[in-house]
Write a new protein. Structure first.
Ligand SMILES: Cc1cc2nc3c(=O)[nH]c(=O)nc-3n(C[C@H](O)[C@H](O)[C@H](O)COP(=O)(O)O)c2cc1C
Length: 133
């Protein structure tokens, strides 16, 4: 499995992960669930009206962390906005329940992909393994 697929499969299996951003010198963290591999990149979804979106516009550096079955992954890098309709549509196809709130053509739906990113898989049983995304 490709690295990015492996990370996305882990996030899918974990169901939820925590996304950290920065607001000035204040860290902000919240639960997220969306993850999609598109053209070999790891995408997440949010709404442009949310504070998280504004924080990423001001400073794209972000980390996510998920824990599942004794293992955890941390992905760190930059989250870059992608306004292409087809990526938004693919995200909404993976998460049809989001279609109640979002559409690929509204002004709010936002997808972002990880750039300059690395993922570290950790557990108490084995040394950490870091891979480039
Ligand atoms: C399990 C779970 C998964 C979530 N997944 C997402 C998600 O993928 N995208 C999103 O924008 N909000 C998601 N949310 C809602 C955000 O956590 C919530 O809107 C949060 O307030 C956004 O952060 P902000 O207030 O700093 O903008 C999720 C909430 C939960 C409980």
């Amino acid at each position: 499995m490709e690295t990015v697929e492996r990370v996305c499969a882990f996030l899918d299996e974990a169901k939820a992960y925590y996304l950290a951003t920065a607001e000035g010198d204040q860290p902000r963290v919240r639960p997220f669930g969306t993850a999609l591999v598109y053209e070999g990149k790891l995408y997440i979804q949010t709404g442009k009206v949310k504070p998280v979106s504004n924080q990423l516009a001001a400073n794209p550096k972000a980390e996510i962390c998920a824990f599942d079955k004794g293992q955890w992954v941390r992905v760190s890098g930059k989250l870059i906005n992608d306004d292409r309709r087809e990526v938004k549509a693919a995200m909404l196809e993976k998460y049809p329940s989001l279609k109640r709130m979002y559409s690929a053509d509204d002004d709010n739906t936002q997808v972002l992909y990880f750039a300059d990113a690395e993922a570290t898989f950790s557990s108490f049983m084995a040394p950490p393994e870091t891979v480039e995304l």
